[in-house]
Design a protein around this ligand. Structure first.
Ligand SMILES: *Cc1c(COP(=O)(O)O)cnc(C)c1O
Length: 437
C-alpha cells in the first residue's frame, strides 16, 4: 500500500472509520470494477448527449440573465426548454421554477391532459403515495375524481411481470391516459427498465392508438442511455431536485413530450391564453442549466454508491433490492434490516456523514400519509433534495431503508462506512464478525 492510501486511511480514522470497516469496504469495492466501468460508459454517453444539446441550441451567457414579473421573452428559460426537449428526444418541454416539486409536475401532467368523463389507467400497480390524493384513490381536495375523471389500476403479477390480459381488459372507450411509474418508489416491485416500458407502451398503443402514455420518470433520468420518451412515451415527468437538476437546482420540475401535450400542460400551469409565454425565471436559469450539465456525472456517482451499498449489505446477510448483481434502472437502494435498531443506526450513520446538519440525530416521527413513524436522514444543501445522499424508512416490518443520492461517489462511500460503524455500535455480534472477516 503506498503512502497516499495510508494517508487516506488516517484521514478516515479521524472521521470515525475503523481499520476493519475501511478494509471491508475496499474489498467489496474492488469486486465492482466491471460494473463501475459500465456505469462510466453510460455517463459518458449521457454527458455527450447533454453537451450536444447545449451546443446545438447555442446556449450563451446572456441566457443566464434573470427575468422578473411576467417573464415575457425570457430567452434563457426558452432555450433551457429546447435543451431539455433535445436531451430527452421530445418535441417540446416545460421546465419551470413554478413547478414546485415532483408531485406538482405529475399532478400538472394528469390534470392538463384529462377532461371530465375520461379514465386514467395505471398498468403497473399503485402509483406513488402522494399521487393517491391527486387521482382520488384517497379523497383529495381538487382530485381528478372530483372532476369526474375515473381511475383504473392493473397490478403487476406476483413475479413483477405485466398482467397483459388484465391490461387489455382494462382498456376501454374512456381510457384517455396511461400512467407508468418507472421507479419502484416505496413499493415492493422491480423498477422498470426503459426497454420494458417500451414494450408496455407498444402493447397498449397497438390496442388503442389515441391513448396518451405518461411516464413518471423520477429517479430514472440518465441511469440508462435511453429515456422512456425514446420508446414511445408521449409525456415524461420529473423533479429537478432529483436526477436532472444535478444537485444544483434549488427548485423546479419538468415535463417533456409531444407539442400538444406540452401545450396543454403550459395552459394549465399558467392560464388558458398565456401558456408558455409567462413565468419569470428569477435568475435560476444558470443553476438549472449547469445542473443538467452535471446530472449525468452526479447520477453516475449516486449509482455507484447504490451498487456499493447493495454489495456491502448483501455481504452482511441482509436482503437488498435491487441485489448486488442486478442491472439498475433507478438510483434507489432498499435494504431490509428486519430490526428497528439497525434501521435507526443506518440512518444515524448517513446523517452523521452529511455535509449539512451532520451533528443532529434523526428520530422516528409521525408523517402525514404514513401509518407508521418514519425515520429520515438528510443533510442536504437543497432542502429535501434526494439527489443528495439521503435515507428514510418506515418504522415497521420489515424495517427497510430506502436510500438514494450522493453528489459524489466519495461521499456515498464515506456514508456507507459510517453507517457500518453505527451498525457495529449496536453490538450485534454476528454482524461485527462478518465485517472483521
Ligand atoms: C419523488 C417521487 C415523486 C414525487 O416527487 P416529490 O418531489 O417528492 O413531490 C413521484 N414519483 C416518484 C417515483 C418519486 O420518486
Amino acid at each position: 500500500m503506498n503512502t497516499d492510501w495510508t494517508m487516506l486511511e488516517k484521514c478516515y480514522q479521524k472521521m470515525g472509520i475503523s481499520g476493519e470497516v475501511y478494509r471491508f469496504c475496499n474489498i467489496i469495492e474492488n469486486e465492482l470494477k466491471d460494473r463501475f466501468k459500465e456505469i462510466d460508459m453510460i455517463a459518458h454517453y449521457n454527458q455527450m448527449k447533454v453537451l450536444h444539446a447545449m451546443q446545438k441550441h447555442h446556449l450563451s451567457e446572456a441566457h443566464f440573465a434573470p427575468t422578473t414579473g411576467y417573464g415575457y421573452n425570457d430567452i434563457g428559460r426558452d432555450t433551457l426548454e429546447k435543451i431539455y426537449a433535445e436531451v430527452f428526444g421530445c418535441e417540446d418541454a416545460l421546465v419551470r421554477a413554478q413547478i414546485t416539486c415532483g408531485t406538482h409536475a405529475l399532478s400538472l401532467a394528469l390534470m392538463s391532459q384529462l377532461r371530465p368523463g375520461d379514465e386514467l389507467l395505471s398498468p403497473v400497480g399503485k402509483p406513488y403515495d402522494t399521487l393517491e390524493e391527486v387521482i382520488g384513490i384517497r379523497p383529495g381536495n381538487g382530485s381528478l375524481a372530483e372532476y369526474g375523471i375515473t381511475y383504473r389500476q392493473v397490478d403487476l403479477t406476483p413475479e413483477g411481470e405485466f398482467d397483459w390480459e388484465g391490461i387489455e381488459q382494462a382498456l376501454n372507450d374512456r381510457t384517455k391516459m396511461v400512467t407508468i411509474q418507472r421507479s419502484k418508489g416505496y413499493a415492493d416491485r422491480p423498477t422498470l427498465s426503459v426497454e420494458r416500458i417500451g414494450s408496455l407502451i407498444h402493447f397498449i398503443k397497438e390496442r388503442k392508438t389515441d391513448v396518451l402514455c405518461m411516464v413518471d420518470n423520477c429517479y430514472g433520468e440518465f441511469v440508462e442511455i435511453r429515456e422512456p420518451s425514446q420508446v414511445g412515451a408521449d409525456l415524461i415527468v420529473g423533479s429537478l431536485i432529483k436526477n436532472p437538476g444535478g444537485g444544483l437546482a434549488s427548485i423546479g420540475g419538468y415535463l417533456c413530450g409531444t407539442k400538444e401535450c406540452i401545450e396543454r400542460a403550459a395552459y394549465r400551469l399558467t392560464s388558458p391564453g398565456l401558456g408558455k409565454e409567462v413565468g419569470a425565471s428569477l435568475g435560476i436559469t444558470r443553476e438549472l442549466t449547469q445542473g443538467l450539465f452535471l446530472a449525468p456525472t452526479v447520477v453516475k456517482n449516486a449509482l455507484k454508491g447504490a451498487l456499493l451499498a447493495a454489495n456491502i449489505y448483501e455481504k452482511l446477510g441482509f436482503e437488498v433490492i435491487p441485489d448486488g448483481k442486478e442491472s439498475r434502472h433507478d438510483i434507489i437502494q432498499e435494504i431490509k434490516f428486519e430490526d428497528p435498531e439497525l434501521l435507526k443506526a443506518f440512518c444515524e450513520g448517513i446523517q452523521a456523514a452529511a455535509p449539512v446538519d451532520s451533528y443532529v440525530r434523526p428520530e422516528p416521527w409521525d408523517m402525514p400519509g404514513y401509518d407508521a413513524k418514519v425515520i429520515m436522514a438528510a443533510g442536504a444543501f437543497v432542502s429535501g433534495a434526494s439527489i443528495e445522499l439521503s435515507a428514510d424508512g418506515p418504522m415497521k416490518d420489515p424495517y427497510a431503508v430506502y436510500f438514494q443520492g450522493g453528489l459524489t461517489y466519495e461521499h456515498v462511500r464515506f456514508g456507507m462506512m459510517l453507517s457500518l460503524e453505527y451498525i457495529k455500535r449496536t453490538g450485534n455480534p454476528s454482524i461485527y464478525k462478518r465485517i472483521v472477516l
